[in-house]
Design a protein around this ligand. Structure first.
Ligand SMILES: Cc1ncc(COP(=O)(O)O)c(C=O)c1O
Length: 388
């Protein structure tokens, strides 16, 4: 029997609206005031007080010593990978279940993604499985960890905190130390997600955040690099701002670098959004509990919830279909979207995309299974109007 009508009914009970997007930004705070100020003062472009302020406030919020804002998360991830030493023809371990940008950033460095399976408890990299896999395929040489099969160096691992649910970072940090791998966290989706009292993105050497239009805090488009490593932060600022040496009037650039700057206009929006992150998080948590209640009498599905000891930001609300109804996923998606309730499947697994189909990978049965069973539900904070 089809469960699509039931799923639609339960979503409608929660959203209480005829047409609902997957995730819309909320602008009810100081966004207009700060952006208007940029326009009135002329400080709209790549330097300005809001850029400095957004960097300070992101560092304070995440507890990272430094934040460097950039044009988007993808460019931030590319730069951080380069800065931790990823070189052309290295391999970088990335989850098969991720947005395409995670692998693209690796390729932008000239390196190769090497795909890893997921943990059904976190939706992120399965650390125990990765440990067993590396014992099998990798060996230590003088300058690091090598893939015996390809002869390439495995330089780094990129955990991604899927929909705001933290990867088991303490275990991954230990693994990375044992195998001499750098960790760069793809925290694009996890601003406001914590493991104990540590923010995601502060476990590895550095991390990237995204402020794309669909993220919990948006700058329209934008990203940030966060790190506790002062030297790395300084390099990140330098190479993302054309490597110009500071001088009142001379244009001296000391290396080939990027223009990956975040304009002041966008940073102004980011400052206003960050002022309200507490409300956004509260709304999303409440929304998750409303979905839990709504689906309580539907045994074929369950909401994916935070693990004990972690606090997820519930960026995208995630419904898991039981294996016996996984074949109904597309019918559920078609029924809900046709009725104006926007739902989405998870991304196509990265190794199935044409440009990544010949990359190295471990067997990924869990990611393969999750890819058939995940349905993201309407997740905007404004669905809880009493809170935002
Ligand atoms: C997991 C993940 N990685 C990377 C990115 C890329 O960020 P951006 O769109 O800011 O380049 C996103 C989101 O867009 C993402 O969800």
């Amino acid at each position: 029997m089809s469960i699509a009508p039931t799923v639609l009914d339960r979503i409608q009970r929660v959203t209480q609206a005829p047409k609902v997007a997957l995730h819309e930004p909320t602008f009810g705070g100081n966004e207009l005031k700060y952006v208007t100020e940029c326009i009135q003062t002329g400080w709209v472009s790549s330097v300005g007080e809001y850029v400095n302020r957004f960097e300070r406030e992101l560092a304070a919020y995440t507890g990272a010593a430094h934040a460097v804002v950039v044009s988007n998360g993808t460019s931030g991830l590319q730069v951080t990978l380069e800065l931790v030493g990823v070189r052309r023809d290295d391999e970088v371990l990335v989850p098969a279940l991720s947005f395409v940008a995670t692998a693209n950033a690796v390729r932008h460095c000239g390196a190769w993604p090497h795909f890893v399976d997921s943990d059904v408890c976190t939706l992120g990299i399965d650390v125990a499985k990765l440990e067993a896999y590396l014992r099998d395929i990798a060996e230590q040489r003088n300058d690091g960890c090598y893939n015996r099969r390809t002869g390439r160096r495995i330089a780094a691992v990129v955990p991604m905190h899927t929909f705001g649910h933290p990867v088991d970072m303490p275990a991954l940090v230990e693994l990375a130390e044992r195998h001499r791998l750098e960790i760069v966290e793809d925290a694009a989706e996890s601003l406001g997600s914590w493991i104990g009292d540590r923010h995601t993105g502060t476990f590895g050497r550095c991390a990237m955040l995204s402020f794309n239009g669909n993220k919990i805090v948006t700058t329209g488009g934008g990203g940030a690099i966060i790190t506790n490593d002062g030297a790395l932060a300084k390099r990140a600022k330098h190479v993302t701002t054309t490597a110009k040496q500071p001088h009142p009037w001379a244009f001296f650039h000391d290396e080939v670098a990027y223009n990956f700057r975040m304009p002041n206009l966008n940073a102004a929006m980011g400052c206003a959004q960050l002022e309200r992150i507490g409300q956004f998080l509260e709304a999303k948590r409440l929304l998750a509990s409303r979905y839990v209640d709504a689906f309580r009498d539907v045994p074929e599905v369950s909401m994916f919830l935070e693990r004990p000891g972690t606090q997820a930001n519930y960026w995208l609300q995630t419904l898991l279909l039981a294996p016996e109804v996984a074949a109904q996923r597309d019918e559920i998606l078609a029924t809900t979207n046709a009725a104006g309730q926007m739902t989405r499947p998870v991304w196509e697994l990265l190794y199935t995309l044409p440009m990544y189909s010949s990359c190295e990978r471990m067997a990924t049965p869990v990611a393969d299974d999750l890819a058939q069973r995940v349905v993201n539900l309407p997740s905007s904070p404004q669905l809880m109007p009493g809170v935002v």
